[in-house]
Ligand binder design. Structure first.
Ligand SMILES: CC(C)(COP(=O)(O)OP(=O)(O)OC[C@H]1O[C@@H](n2cnc3c(N)ncnc32)[C@H](O)[C@@H]1OP(=O)(O)O)[C@@H](O)C(=O)NCCC(=O)NCCS
Length: 158
């Protein structure tokens, strides 16, 4: 299957855990423990995970928590071999569309101050920096930026 094949997005399930973990490990110096994904995908009622698929291969994933009318994007990563082809943009857009459908009012996420690639992606999708979490990342004490956007579902006051 070539990288020109269309990218599709579908809900993640336990059979995707190995692929998700492989992408996680290839993407972060301090990857999340595998158990975090297991709990989020199988037990956490607030969490929804999706994978991007090219052919039959999982090439990216995204996870979000839907709570208190806010979408918290907790993780998004693309397999290194598939970066720069719109995979993450499609995943984030998919989650934002779902959040609008689920009547979420806003979306937010944390991103490393040094992660200009991800910040560009989020800015393109309407996010702006709205906060700073000093030393948010415990492995190296890097600051986290909070990026947020409204989703057009603000309460009407009725
Ligand atoms: C950040 C990440 C998810 C982007 O995934 P991707 O599938 O390559 O991104 P896309 O191809 O959808 O690119 C969308 C936008 O991201 C930005 N972007 C992507 N690659 C970039 C790069 N190398 N440099 C600068 N901006 C970049 C651009 O704004 C791009 O839009 P454009 O192509 O119109 O310029 C990927 O680099 C990754 O997995 N990184 C490691 C994990 C990570 O940092 N996750 C984010 C945590 S907050």
């Amino acid at each position: 299957m070539t990288v020109q094949s269309p990218i599709t997005v579908r809900a993640a399930n336990v059979r995707d855990l190995a692929s998700i973990w492989e992408i996680e490990e290839a993407s972060y110096a301090s990857p999340w423990p595998k158990e975090t994904f297991v709990v989020d995908i199988t037990l956490n009622a607030d969490a929804r995970y999706f994978v991007a698929v090219v052919g039959k291969r999982v090439v990216g994933f995204i996870g979000g928590w839907f709570k208190d009318r806010r979408l918290h994007i907790v993780n998004v990563a693309t397999h290194p071999a598939y970066r720069g082809r719109g995979v993450a943009r499609q995943l984030v857009s998919f989650l934002l569309d779902l959040a609008v459908d689920l009547k979420m009012e806003s979306a937010f996420l944390e991103v490393r101050k040094s992660n200009a690639t991800a910040q560009h992606l989020y800015e393109q999708l309407g996010f702006a920096t709205t906060g700073l979490k000093p030393m948010y990342y415990p492995d190296d004490m890097e600051d986290g930026l909070v990026m947020s956007r409204e989703l057009g579902n603000a309460p009407t006051g009725n």
